[in-house]
Structures are given as structure tokens and as C-alpha cells.
Design a protein around this ligand. Sequence first.
Ligand SMILES: [Zn+2]
Length: 364
Amino acid sequence: MASLGRNTFDSESRTPPFPSISRDPEHYHSNGDCILLVESVLFKIHRFHLVHNSIVFAHMFELPLGDTAQEGLSDESPIILSGDTAAAFRALLKYLYAPVLGTQVEAIPLTEMHHIIAVAKLAHKYEMNAWEQWALQFLARRVINQDKIRPQDVQLLHNLYDRLQEYTMRDRIMQSWCRFVETNDLPIGAAMEAADVCGDEESLARLYCIQLGRFGANADLLNPTSFLTSDTPVVHFQRMLAGYCSLSLAWDRFREDPIPYPRPEPWCSPKQHAAQCVPLYQSRWREATQDAERKWPKVTEMEERLSWMDIYLGYHRDAGSESSGGGLEGKCFTNFVMSNKMVERAKKRFYLPAHFFPRGNRGV
Ligand SMILES: [Zn+2]
């Protein structure tokens, strides 16, 4: 953002003040020495605050005087800040003009958060480094690290950290965003859009799962027009449909795959192993998959299914020895369940983004 410089102020496109232009009620200081126009609001402030705090403003005021000598000295010829909102600029001035005590991070109420976000954005744009650090410190210490993100701020925060290229923070915000969508505190469309712009496939996959869950068991997935009623871009439905089909197929394959037969333990003869251990293992596996499907009927609940299978197999690992009078043959199965971590390894097959974003479509 260091390239902003003088062009930011857009002096070429300066237009005479319109009748709708008004003076800011809080920051039109009669003894100020610099008049700025932001949107349709005139601010008369003390140049010192800008020069002292901002590299961009300091450079601007250092430039040799020319045709623009009168700029900023009267309401008729203000310095125009383009691309900013009057509300954001007012928020910045609120802290620039605040007594020191009013700017202590711990003293600021959380209800000020949208003001602080505005300060962070403007401070970044105008290279007010100390103020940018101050705002980010507030957000990190008081909000994000304490999990105090509120639904109404989540979009602003996400946008801020994306602009600052602070991607770890941005992704943490998106996780909160997804939680708010899940609990119906925020609509899903804006979250999908934001995640899509950032190429955040993990979050998109999570959001798609939420939406697929909402369609319920009766959604006519092969006829997507049946749920194209919202203003959600069609690409999301295409991916949801692809993911739904891909996950369903992957589960069918997983369930029907020839099970890698456990090797006989030293005490088990190959004959006995084939006759007892393997069938036992197969039936336990079948029971576990069926039970998982019953308990977690949605294909988007793969992680839950696999975790449940882990529990199921672990719980039933000894049943074989009971039914056959306590012989050792069950031990093959027990040892296999305990050592093979088959379910755990299967989790890779159900990594959600890979299903919603098949390889051919990645990076689009
Ligand atoms: Zn055996």
C-alpha cells in the first residue's frame, strides 16, 4: 500500500462543494488548519495530527506548493480523500484527538470494535504505522484471542485481515464465521462468497456441508433448480452436487472394498484363520459401517461415521472369543483392530475439500 502517495487524494477530479456537503459536527475545529472532504463531509482538523502520524500525509504536505497551494485552506477548496467513508474517517479522528487514557487498549469497550476496524484500515492505507499496530493489538488481544468475535463484526474483520494479508488471522475469523452460520446467527451466502474470494476451500467445504445438511434427506439433488431460489451463485450448487456425489461414491467404495484380511497371528493356523478370523472380521466391519450409517445418515458426516466405527470396532473387538468358547482365534481380530488403525487411515479418503473441488476444478 506504500504506493498510495499523492494520487490517492485525487486532486484532478476535484469538484466544487455541492449544497449537500456539510461540516462534521465533531471534527470541524474552528482553529484547525486543514480542511478535508470525505464523501460529503468537511473536516477541519489540525494538520499536525496527520503529518505527525502518517507517512503518506507527511509526504503530501512536504511537496512544493504549486497550483494546489490553496488546497485544504477553505471549504471551497478542501483536500479530497477518495475511497474512504466519512464514518471511518470520523472514527480515526476520534482516537487521534482522544486523551491518552482513552486509547488504552484495555479501556476501550468492545462495542467500539467497528470503529477500531475502521482505524486499522485507514491507518494501513495512510501508513500510520503506530495506529495500525494499536488497532491490531486491540483486535488480537481483546477480541480474537479471547474468542469475543461478534456476528455483526465478522465480515469486517475478515475483510480487514484479508487486506492486510494476515492470513492466519483471516482464517481464524472464517472459522468463527462458519460457526455463526452453523448456529443460524449469520446467513450462509456472504460467508460462501468471502471464502470463495480467498480461495479458502476448507471453509467452503465446511459451508457446503452445512448447506447440504439443511437440504435434508429429501432434497432433490439431481435437480438443482429445486433449490436455486436463493441468490447464491450457481457455482456453489455445482460444487455441492459434485461433492455430494463424490462422497456418496467414496463411501460405497470404502464399505465394499475387499477388506485387507488380517494376517494370522503366530498361534493361529492359516486354515483356522480363513475359517474363523476373517469372517469374524468381515462381519464386524459390516456391522460397524451399517451402524455408522444409521447413526450418521448424511454423507457429509464422514468424520463422525469413521470415529463411530473406531468406537464400534474397539468395543466389539473381544466378542469373537466369547462366541467360540474363549479360543485364541478372536485374538487375531483384536490385535488387528488395535494395531491397524484402518479407520484412521481412511480419513484421508474423506478429506472434504478434495470431494467438493475435484482436481480438475482446483484453482478456479
Ligand atoms: Zn486368526
